[in-house]
Design a protein around this ligand. Structure first.
Ligand SMILES: Cc1ncc(C[n+]2csc(CCOP(=O)(O)OP(=O)(O)O)c2C)c(N)n1
Ligand SMILES: [Mg+2]
Length: 809
């Protein structure tokens, strides 16, 4: 049989399909044939991955034992992704582009794997899977197979920054990747089902935040294959004029490509991509010459091709191609049913593999005609292995921002306001290199980080008014009222080798629970892939926290994000509760230098006592948990009678106030105060890299003394973390009990039984021998709580002795 190379040489149309190829000025016949050959090869390799255990080149008739016993994968989206990969190759090769692609329908894993194998990046990453017959057999066998590779565009897939497992985040990831990468074009394939998700719908706005002068470009491809798993999609059934109206409203200028005749679609898609690339180049040229391009619609491709295109048209008399039935595995009983086996074989042979691959399995030259060179290949781009491009952050010396602390509790500062100054220095230091950004849902100022605006503004491409503040086309603070979009931008930014911080109200971090799950999973897998270089950690600063949502109340009170992330892979998760300003600075410095973690930092923005000098704060953070000797009363005794533990700024203040009361009222009681800044220290050391050994834990908390633990969040978490410790039966935790309201700060702690008076009562209730002896004190404490209740209701403020309380020293 004639090889494809020969077919292209002689200009025979036969090799490329039945229909004649019409000439267009843009694409020669050879080019169409080469695009089609690549597509057929990728489709063949995709079907092979889903079905075949053996006989990869069909050198013999297909037998049941050549087929996998469990057929797992998604065919429907795959031909569309294959089509696009080949066309992106052409665009890159012709124009010398640096390109990255985010594949929204990541369930089309076979497509991206097939293309990586074809271009050679797969075998370079995994040398045991060579670009030959043996390698092809391994490529097929390993897919969705125990011990092999996942079905999605997972971290294992070369060139991927986006698994696409949980749908909705492709476009925000793509925009995050493009920020501050002026030479990069990020293509983003969006499934029409994915486009129905809330996060995706919100992320269309991203184009109004992208700065064509200093950022790269995003080219969205809305893939209208018409269906999701079992339903048509909204956007595919929407009349075209309405779809266009929607897209134009978001700032895009759609370019439509539609069809089911492969050769016609190749021509139309190539022309569309050329048009889009020309428009992007023109917008960038204008913006970089100082022109305002915000009125020009950004190109977007609407690709309308059949779901499961080129797969079985019908199975068992039921239509499959171009219906929702093509979503997963169209032929399900191949091993059992000879007719299905025959259908699979003819499906595979319809791609004419003998034209596409030599006998030794290597792809024919014509198949690879458009494959770019070296790191321009989508599977080899360093942009998708961000750690390769990562630079150390030029963090300022902490001494420059630390607050002076001569003695504990003598002064007060707003921790996040001081941090804002440090972040401003960091913005200054990265002004040229542009590799640090802050994202947040409209709360940078509310969280008192506004110091940062002396160094940079807020990204904004639309019109401005005189009354607006800090809006700036080139700004590196990104504010949009979609936590999902913020999270997606930051993930895309970090995954492509930069640094950042997400500042958010504590309660609303829950909106991205599911997104952070996925990111943690990504990190966990990449840590086991030696070729993936470590990336900067994803850092959350959660402020405006549960105890100080004074004017918002119950809806804004929820400390549960900590519980959520601590369920996740311990190797990738860190939670910090700095109790004062210098400790926050020390923690911030640490997390911004760290790699491959999700760090959650919970810190207050309200004036807070300064407990530790910078030196003490650094030592405390290095230990993660320390005895604060100056705050207790155990110095002249061998062992404390009771341990008052605390984690979080408000609980720390309540514990110190309780300790001061106990010192005055029960001077003979030996009280130890322990502060926990790194929550994972409480875990057993076998469970978390930061966990303490039992010996360390027992030395701090004792094995048998009562421990009253005042904790920032839900009390159960502390029990969960410590349940295996010898002292656990003696541990009593106070924290947020879901009693929230719009009320005074001290009323919040009283209502949740976390206040100093209640803590003293807890001590009396638990230290043997105090129950009777200290009854008068217990009664007095109860009286204080009643007095508080009456006072706040009458005056609307906290008791003067509470608001004016200071550490007695
Ligand atoms: C957030 C989310 N919800 C549900 C699913 C389950 N799911 C997997 S694929 C799919 C359909 C996707 O349709 P579309 O985006 O159009 O992709 P394609 O048609 O290209 O397969 C769904 C609902 C998911 N992966 N993520
Ligand atoms: Mg679809």
């Amino acid at each position: 049989m004639q090889s494809l190379d020969e077919a292209v040489e002689t200009g025979t149309r036969q090799a490329a399909g039945e229909r004649p190829v019409g000439g267009t000025p843009e694409l020669t016949e050879d080019e169409v044939l080469a695009l089609d050959a690549h597509w057929r090869a990728a489709n063949y390799l995709s079907v092979g991955q889903i079905y075949l255990l053996d006989n990869p080149l069909l050198t013999e008739p297909l037998r049941p034992e050549h087929v996998k016993p469990r057929l797992l994968g998604h065919w429907g989206t795959t031909p569309g992704l294959n089509l696009l990969y080949g066309h992106f190759n052409r665009l890159i090769s012709r124009r010398g582009l640096d390109m990255l692609c985010v594949w929204g329908p990541g369930h089309g894993g076979p497509a991206v794997l097939a293309n990586s194998w074809l271009e050679g990046s797969y075998s370079e990453t995994y040398p045991d899977v060579g670009r030959d017959a043996d390698g092809m057999a391994k490529l097929f066998r390993q897919f969705s197979f125990p011990g092999g590779v996942p079905s999605h565009v997972a971290p294992e897939t070369p060139g991927s920054i986006h698994e696409g497992g949980e749908l909705g985040y492709s476009l925000s990831h793509a925009y995050g990747a493009a920020l501050d990468n002026p030479g990069l074009l990020v293509a983003c394939v969006i499934g029409d089902g994915e486009a129905e998700t809330g996060p995706l719908a919100a992320s269309w706005h991203s184009t109004l935040f992208l700065d064509p002068a200093r950022d790269g470009a995003v080219l969205p491809v809305l893939h209208l294959n018409g269906y999701k798993i079992a339903n048509p999609t909204v956007l595919a059934r929407m009349p075209r004029t309405r779809l266009d109206g929607m897209l134009r409203g978001f700032g895009y200028e759609p370019i439509h490509v539609a069809g089911s005749d492969p050769l016609a679609v190749h021509r139309a898609l190539a022309a569309a991509l050329d048009t889009a690339a020309d428009r992007i180049a023109a917008i960038q040229r204008a913006a970089r010459a100082g022109e305002d391009t915000s009125g020009t619609g950004r190109p977007l491709i609407v690709l309308r091709t059949p779901k499961g295109w080129t797969g079985p048209a019908e199975v068992d008399g039921v239509p499959v191609e171009d219906t929702w039935r093509a979503h997963q595995v169209p032929l399900a009983a191949v091993r059992e049913r000879p007719d299905h086996l025959r259908q699979l074989e003819s499906w595979l042979r319809s791609y004419r593999p003998r034209e596409l691959f030599a006998e030794d399995g290597r792809p024919a030259t014509a198949v690879l005609r458009n494959v770019p060179e070296g790191t321009r290949r989508l599977g080899a781009t360093p942009y998708a292995n961000g750690g390769l491009r990562l630079r150390e952050l030029p963090l300022p010396p902490l001494e420059r921002h630390a607050v002076p602390v001569e003695e504990p509790g003598a002064t007060r500062h707003e921790p996040t306001r001081v941090l804002g100054e440090l972040l401003a220095d960091l913005m200054d230091a990265t002004a040229e290199r542009r590799d640090f950004r802050i994202v947040g849902p409209d709360e940078t100022e509310s969280n008192r980080l506004q110091g940062v605006y002396r160094a940079t503004g807020k990204a904004w491409q639309l019109g401005t008014r005189e009354t607006d503040e800090h809006l700036d086309r080139h700004g590196r603070v990104m504010e949009v009222l979609s936590e999902h979009t913020c999270q997606g931008w930051l993930e895309g930014y970090l995954l492509t080798g930069r640094h950042g911080l997400f500042s958010c109200y504590e309660a609303f971090a829950h909106l991205v629970d599911s997104m952070v799950n996925q990111h943690i999973k990504w990190l966990r897998v990449t840590r086991r892939l030696p070729w993936r270089r470590p990336i900067a950690s994803l850092n959350y600063l959660l402020t405006s926290h549960v105890w100080r949502q004074d004017h918002n109340g119950f809806s804004h009170q929820d400390p549960g994000f900590i519980d959520h992330v601590l369920n996740k892979a311990p190797e990738a998760v860190r939670v910090y509760l700095p109790p004062d300003t210098n400790t926050l600075l020390s923690v911030a410095d640490h997390v911004l230098r760290s790699r491959d973690y999700v760090n959650v930092v919970i810190a207050g923005k309200q004036p807070c006592f300064d407990w530790l000098s910078l030196e003490e704060a650094n030592a405390h953070c290095a230990r993660g948990v320390s005895v604060w000797e100056w705050a207790g009363s155990e110095s002249d005794r061998e062992e404390p009678d009771v341990v008052l533990a605390c984690a979080g700024d408000v609980p720390t203040q309540e514990v110190l106030a309780a300790s001061a009361l106990l010192r005055r009222k029960l001077p003979e009681l030996a009280v130890r105060v322990v502060n926990v800044v790194d929550l994972a220290r409480l875990l057993p050391h076998e469970e978390h890299p930061h966990g303490m050994t039992n010996a360390e834990y027992d030395a701090l908390f004792t094995r048998d003394r009562p421990v009253i633990f005042a904790y920032h969040g839900y009390p159960w978490l502390i029990h969960r973390l410590t349940y295996r410790r010898a002292g656990h039966p003696h541990l009593h935790v106070r924290g947020y009990k879901e009693v929230g309201s719009t009320t005074t700060p001290f009323d919040m702690v009283v209502r949740n039984d976390l206040d100093r008076f209640r803590l003293v009562m807890d001590v009396i209730d638990r230290v043997p021998g105090l129950a009777v002896r200290a009854t008068p004190l217990r009664q007095a404490m109860d009286g204080e709580r009643l007095r508080h209740e009456a006072w706040v209701r009458e005056h609307g403020t906290d008791l003067p002795e509470v608001t004016e309380w200071t550490w007695p020293g």
